[in-house]
Design a protein around this ligand. Sequence first.
Ligand code: G1P
Length: 294
Amino acid sequence: MGNLKVKKAIIPAAGFGTRFLPATKAIPKEMLPIIDIPTIQYIVEECIDSGIEEILIIDNDSKQEIRRHFSIDERLEKKLYETNKIHELKLVHDIATRIKISYVQQNNPRGLGHAVSLGEEWANNEPVVVLCGDDIMVNKNGLPVTKQLIDAYERTNSSILGVQEILRENVHKYGVITPIIMDGRLIQISDVVEKPKTEDAPSNYATLGRYVLSPKIFEYLKTQTPGAGGEIQLTDSIRRLMKEEKVYAYNFEGVRYDAGDKFGYVSAVIDFALERDDLREKVLEHLKKKLNCK
Ligand code: G1P
């Protein structure tokens, strides 16, 4: 299967963010912050913490803010230096220098599979992690989710789909696996289907925006016809890949927030605030007051 070491990650970020309009009319949804950190920065940090060395962001021509966020801003850095705001200076400088990020534009979004296919040349026949920007993962005392999946990839020499069990009523929103054998967190699977009807779903285990894929995936993406919702689905190409190579699922450890959903977003803001020394007490006090008012 070629080069086994996983060093590259693709972050698709070209969607319109329709679930968050009007906020996302002029601001990319990936730049909406959980308190003071844009959601895409959490995804980039998960990559860095998982040993990824290079990232490709699939953006579009109205998402310049993402590129600006990950570039050096000399004027801002000079100002912070001159005003002795060294902590803030480090924050903004680090974002621009910690990892090499490249960009490819997808100006006419045609689905997750299409976005990932644009990374073929960049991937250069190496395995890639795919991280969906809406899914923010927290595994407080353990390995980052991407690292767990990379370890499983390197152990099995096979593509890995990050999954967790979800409520049956939500399966229609996700890729859903057909599990055969569970070996701890590693799951042998026989199929994966995109957005099945509740009554047709083969299990309650959904793919949740983290994949480690063998470079063969690009061959299938090239010829992938539209599937669910008329979009070129990554799931459909993974399904075809499974006929040629082994693909596993991995029931990852950690909490996932769907930051693309309003309730998921609010939950993330509250939980992240409660984890911060500068906010925990005040937020708890506020929540207690609210609860007592009911
Ligand atoms: C995409 C994938 C789906 C996956 C989901 C995870 O769907 O197509 O298989 O389960 O991300 O968040 P989307 O949320 O873009 O509709």
